[in-house]
Design a protein around this ligand. Structure first.
Ligand code: CO8
Length: 259
């Protein structure tokens, strides 16, 4: 397996680290293929109950690889966009919560990768944005769709059409970033702790709630409400629901089996 994306599991938390630090983890075809393969491994690991995605060195990812893209024909450009969408689609569809731990630049495809995670933590020096128009390009890995679900409409337009990156103060204010941390060590510790926190919750409930959040965002309100009612009923048949409620009433910690 390529070392362009490093993989490890720390207790119940899987970690994927983009590992092309000399190029600020720019996303080329090989890295996107490695990311897709690593995500497949995480999806198949029943002990992984949360995922943290981060970057080696001083960037999360400074975007798609500009040198590689420059040589592409329109058909190859479309194929490259499809490759990124396929990998980020797998990430978004994971049943477990996913946290982007943004340790520096998250620009272009890097910002889009962070947006494919459930939420974003960042260091205080992080910079996020969609600078593609500065290159005469447009976002191609979800910047016109997923980013629009994370931040208010005026802000997604300013980010995509203005092309200027934002710092963490603005990122926090517009809801792109949930929390910020003084340095990478504090960022990673907080991401691991949050991963362990969600890992201790009912796994079936977390997976079903996440599916509803993703599907609900794509549905009108009536469909989303119907999906929730159906799923809510289904949860009553799970062992996790029986265990969680029994533990509460017995004043003990639950031991969820994920069934
Ligand atoms: N692609 C390729 N190489 C990169 C990239 C990138 N996106 N970003 C940085 N690098 C490389 C640099 O070329 C440099 O390499 P070298 O040492 O060999 O010269 C190395 O990383 C370090 O970068 P800098 O020397 O530039 O570091 P600075 O600290 O001076 O600057 C910046 C950091 C501000 C992040 C700067 O590197 C920068 O502006 N990078 C480009 C950011 C950008 O424009 N990103 C958007 C790219 S387009 C995109 O992501 C589209 C996504 C959808 C694609 C859809 C396909 C169709």
């Amino acid at each position: 397996m390529s070392d362009l994306v490093l993989s490890e599991r720390r207790g119940p938390v899987a970690w994927l680290t983009l590992n092309r630090p000399d190029a600020l983890n720019a996303l080329n075809g090989d890295l996107l293929n490695a990311l897709g393969a690593r995500l497949g491994e995480v999806a198949g690991d029943p002990r992984a109950r949360a995922l943290v995605v981060t970057g080696a060195g001083r960037a999360f990812a400074a975007g798609a690889d500009i040198a590689e893209m420059r040589k592409m024909t329109p058909a190859e450009g479309r194929g490259f966009s499809q490759l990124g969408h396929a990998a980020f689609g797998v990430l978004e569809a994971l049943e477990i919560p996913t946290i982007a731990a943004v340790n520096g630049y998250a620009l272009g495809g890097g910002c889009e990768l962070a947006c494919a995670c459930d939420w974003i933590y960042a260091t205080e020096r992080a910079k996020l944005g969609q600078p593609e128009v500065s290159l005469g390009l447009i976002p191609g890995f979800g910047g016109t769709s997923r980013l629009a679900r994370k931040v208010p409409p005026g802000w997604v337009r300013e980010l995509v059409l203005g092309g200027e990156p934002i710092g963490v103060d603005v990122g926090l204010r517009i809801g792109l970033i949930n929390r910020s941390f003084a340095d990478v060590d504090a960022l990673h510790a907080a991401a691991q702790k949050m991963g362990e926190t969600v890992a201790a919750k009912g796994p079936v409930a977390v997976a079903v709630a996440k599916r509803l959040l993703v599907e609900g965002a794509d549905s009108d309100a009536r469909v989303a409400h119907a999906l929730e009612q159906e799923a809510f009923g289904g949860i009553f048949a799970t062992e996790d629901f029986a265990e969680g409620t029994a533990a509460f009433l017995a004043k003990r910690d639950p031991e969820f089996g994920g069934r």
